[in-house]
Design a protein. Structure first.
Length: 634
């Protein structure tokens, strides 16, 4: 009986779809059909087709189908082996020549191609060798082109590679969330963020509940199956793709800079960051797998006596906090001899969470938005429009848009920016599920819940008596705590985005909470509306005549929205609210936003035991400086 073997190989195989022909490759179906038409195959009594799909021609070791043919050749060789063309069998010169040498020892095996031929003569060997080298060169050049293409796409955040679980690749190559799968992804993150699960125990829990495991989509459109395992959950929890980000070199290998991706996020960044902190803590555990010491109020407690952060340590009686004693003047703090047990502060935090959770979250947000003037804007919207305006100007300068189109689009974007500038920033604070998260979470999770609200908790005589609200949401925290502890009906929001004047916040008689005050003991406050004349006068007085502060057209030509105020002018105004000029020892700040003519900025100074915490925010509540502090002489 005359036997024949047809070998089919395709590097990147995708199922055939009606109305769409494969691109840049010969489909397996066409390869098989053309080989069956060869006279040598037609004469065979039995024909077997062996396929290697999604397999490169680089290495035989990775092709199970071709290895089976080699094994058959060595044991019981067929009479005919048919291949579409020589490149389907090899794209590696060394292996191609080794195969040719084997076939020279087996003249009874007829190798036939639909395109080309295999001639065992001297000329045939030369032709075979030249084609093998050409196919190898083609493979290597294609690999280089593909690498460069992927590098270009990855650097721009374009979707490359397989879609992560929870996403699907569209016909135009983009990633879009599958809502049902995205819900499962979010649940995995939320459950892990409670701190109650390891990756292994979370996998066991999901399997017990019968939650469908989502996996990467295969080339045939199906998902990789099986149950949940710790490794897949660990990979999912570390994958930045779920917050709409990627790496500039390789997403799978996590190489390069972390950049914004072109696909939408499934998980919000705050939840993702919380999960990363828990993962990092477990990964950096001490020897023998021991977890590092954890403290609920670590980095939060501030001594009222010297205004320094308190140290945490573990004793036989549990976690305790003690004030620093290494003061610059060598004197011991009056509170330094007293250690505060963490267990003594837990009831305070528990009652606070209960009262915050008792509020109606939607009602709080509605009151907050009403106090802010109704409509709010999403964070980063203004910056995105500014980037669009800069890009539009560049396109006009490069001649890619005409003047009419430029003016029309510029007016549209400018009007939209003005509307957004008039709308306050959306509130950042979310209080849904605070108590549940507190009661279910471990120490690290509880600490993160406190840090959602506070930058510090001031301690005196073993009790928390004041708090420092989070700098980026100070007004919201003060409003929320007042509402929770006082039962106030009005949410008070200062125009500057910070708390209003100092006052006690509730005695909470019978509630287990000591008197609590916000940390906003005002030194001074200064409100300035910047004008072009004022900025020009400062330029003349300081000698800083940089045109970005004086010439609006020039400022726009370098990508700015217009004239901006000098940074040193803002720093001088900060110095005015820091206190008496003769006491100013040191002042530092980081500029966080541009100040333009027409902006109204509120400069504030809050004394904190020899230091002044400074802030400056514009009419939209946005900080124009951050990390601003001043040191005062006695």
């Amino acid at each position: 009986m005359r036997r024949g073997v047809i070998y089919v190989r395709q590097s990147s195989h995708k199922p055939y779809k009606a109305g769409k022909l494969p691109r840049n490759t010969v489909s397996p179906e066409v390869q098989e059909e053309k080989c069956r038409e060869l006279p040598e195959i037609r004469e065979c009594d039995a024909v077997r087709v062996i396929r290697d799909l999604d397999k490169s021609g680089k290495d035989v070791a990775n092709r199970e189908g071709f290895q089976a043919i080699l094994a058959e050749i060595r044991s019981d060789p067929p009479e005919v082996i048919a291949v579409y063309d020589q490149s389907r069998s090899f794209r590696n010169t060394t292996e191609a020549l080794a195969f040719y040498a084997m076939m020279e020892e087996l003249p009874q095996v007829n190798i036939v191609f639909h395109i080309g031929q295999m001639d065992r003569s001297a000329v045939g060997e030369f032709s075979y060798t030249a084609l093998a080298a050409a196919h190898t060169m083609e493979r290597k050049m294609t690999s280089l082109k593909t690498r460069d293409t992927y590098a270009y796409l990855n650097a721009r955040g374009v979707a490359t590679g397989s879609a992560p679980p929870g996403y699907q690749r569209t016909e135009d190559g983009k990633f879009l969330p599958i809502e049902e799968d995205a819900t499962i992804v979010r649940r995995v993150f939320e459950m892990y963020a409670t701190g109650q699960f390891s990756a292994r125990s979370l996998a066991e829990r999901l399997n017990l509940e019968g939650v469908r495991r989502i996996g990467r989509a295969r080339s045939d459109g199906e998902e990789t199956g099986g149950g949940w395992i710790a490794e897949s959950i660990g990979w999912m929890l570390r994958n930045v793709a779920y917050v709409g980000k990627t790496y500039s070199i390789s997403r799978d290998r996590r190489e390069g800079d972390l950049i914004q991706a072109s696909w939408p996020a499934i998980v919000d960044e705050e939840l993702f960051a919380s999960v990363q902190r828990i993962l990092d803590r477990y990964n950096h555990a001490g020897r023998a797998g021991r977890r590092p010491k954890e403290y609920l109020f670590a980095g939060l407690l501030i001594c009222r006596g010297c205004w320094r952060r308190m140290h945490a340590r573990t004793t036989a009686g549990g976690a305790r906090y003690r004030c620093r004693r290494d003061l610059a003047d060598g004197q011991r703090c009056v509170e330094g001899g007293h250690a505060i047990a963490e267990s003594a502060l837990l009831p305070w935090a528990e009652v606070l969470m209960e009262r915050l959770s008792a509020l109606q979250p939607q009602g709080f947000r509605a009151a907050l938005e009403a106090a802010r003037g109704g409509q709010v804007r999403s964070e980063g919207a203004i910056e995105q429009l500014d980037r669009s305006l800069v890009r539009l100007r560049k396109l006009f300068l490069w001649g890619q848009v005409d003047e009419d189109e430029y003016r029309s689009e510029y007016e549209r974007l400018s009007e939209l920016r003005a509307e957004l500038a008039a709308a306050p920033v959306a509130p950042k604070l979310q209080i849904d599920g605070l108590l549940e998260g507190w009661r279910r979470g471990e120490l690290a999770v509880r600490r993160e819940l406190l840090r959602v609200l506070f930058d510090g908790l001031v301690v005196e005589d073993g009790a928390i008596v004041e708090y420092v609200p989070r700098a980026d949401r100070a007004a919201e925290v003060v409003a929320l705590v007042r509402l929770a502890l006082d039962g106030a009906e009005v949410v008070e929001i200062a125009a500057s985005g910070g708390a209003k004047s100092s006052r006690q916040v509730g005695n909470c008689v019978g509630g287990g909470l000591p008197p609590l005050a916000s940390w906003d003991r005002l030194v001074s406050e200064l409100t300035i509306t910047f004008t072009e004349d004022q900025i020009a006068a400062y330029a003349e007085a300081s000698g800083d005549h940089n045109p970005i502060h004086l010439d609006a057209e020039f400022a726009r030509s370098v990508g700015l929205p217009g004239v901006i105020a000098h940074g040193m002018l803002q720093m001088g105004l900060l110095a005015r609210v820091a206190g008496e000029p003769g006491r100013l020892r040191r002042l530092s700040c980081r500029f966080a936003g541009m100040v333009r003519p027409g902006d109204t900025v509120v400069f504030r100074g809050e004394e904190q035991g020899g230091r002044v915490q400074l802030s400056a925010s514009n009419q939209d509540g946005e900080s124009v400086v951050t990390k601003a502090t001043a040191e005062l002489l006695p």
